[in-house]
Design a binder for this molecule. Sequence first.
Ligand SMILES: [Zn+2]
Length: 463
Amino acid sequence: MPKAAVIYARISQDRVGEGLGVKRQLADCRAEAERRGWPIVAEYVDDDVSAYSGKRRPAYRAMLEAIRSREADAVLVYHVDRLHRRPIELEEFVDTCAEAGVKDLATVTGDLNLGTGDGLLIARLMGAVAAAESDAKSRRSKRKMLELAQAGKPSGGGPRPFGFQPDKVTHHPVEAAVIRDLAARLLAGEPLVSLTQWLQDNEIRTVTGKEWRTVTLRNQLKSPRMAGLREHQGQVIGKALWPPIISEDEHARIVALLTDPARRTNRTARSYLLSGLCRCGKCGGKMVTGQTRGRRRYMCRSGADFGGCGGIMISATVEDLITDAVLYRLDTPELAAAIEGRQRADENTAALSESIAADAAQLDELAALYAAGDITAPEWMKARRIIDARLKANRSRQAQQAGSTVIAGHIGNASALRTEWPAMPLGKQVAIVKALVDHITIAPGTMGARSIDPARVEVHWKL
Ligand SMILES: [Zn+2]
């Protein structure tokens, strides 16, 4: 019987992680110790967040030290996968235990005896299994999602839905009333665009603080959640735990109305080279693409979804003008110099990717902490804001770097590119244009002009 057992717990990367939260691991281990009659002399807890950024797990090292110095003679963990992330770490653990004569390693999920050959073998096997388990984690998390869905419970991560409190179950009194009002008005025939405008006029924002758009409002109003139904992977699978905001009958009518093919606006697949790149010379708004009288155009549009002045339109033949400008620019020595300078500055690309991966992992970890009840929603949001901001900045730097890679092979070789251009897929053309062009400002034109006056078009170069 051990005289000085220790508990080791670790916060994992397991996003759902119910049962693996540190509190739960510790509670289960303490109960197991009591059942076995092992006296606990210390508890060690690590946080995988720091392990991810390359630091060693300090509590784990302290525990090994306690074993080495004979202060501990038995170890209790929730599962072997808490103890080690890689088989190589297990070897060090086994060696340390062997030297110190520690033979008792117990887990809540099944125990091991390190003193026998079998125990060691099992521990090694379990270590190998733990290494393979990171793959299984996504499977477990999917299963967990399904379980939550089947129980009618809300899913773990993400922001609260509009109309509900952060617990995703209790109604938000103001927002729930807004939804009921909008649903009734929609069913009475008011167009979605007018409802969206009303939300904007009343400064009612989405839960992430953004302005509503018809597409977000459409999804909001036809969401089964509003009728107290639980959806899983796009399918309603039963009643939810939360009370409905609108009735199932209203929900069914809204879905029928909003998915009526006759109502759908005609959104064609992307076929515009300069989508998102043109700015209105009058109001500065983003110009959108579309057809008027059968001709492709870029235009500034007013209204809830667009927010422009509606004052400028230009024929899509502006694409030819921009293509020429881009191909011409690819031949300039200034561009070659700019690219070379940028590539030197970008030698830390790998560091950037690492930082992005670490931040993404940390966000997952925070979600797991929140799901396990170890931190509150405000704490979660606060921590997320900081990481999100850094992640966004790093991702945009990464995207810019990718941009210089897109055109690297084409500098000084524009005539070959010019020959290929007409047969090139639009996606590739767009990538090349976007690598060079930040945006294009379109000035007002003369009524009735037959071709585009190049003076209307001002290109703002990235490079
Ligand atoms: Zn405008």
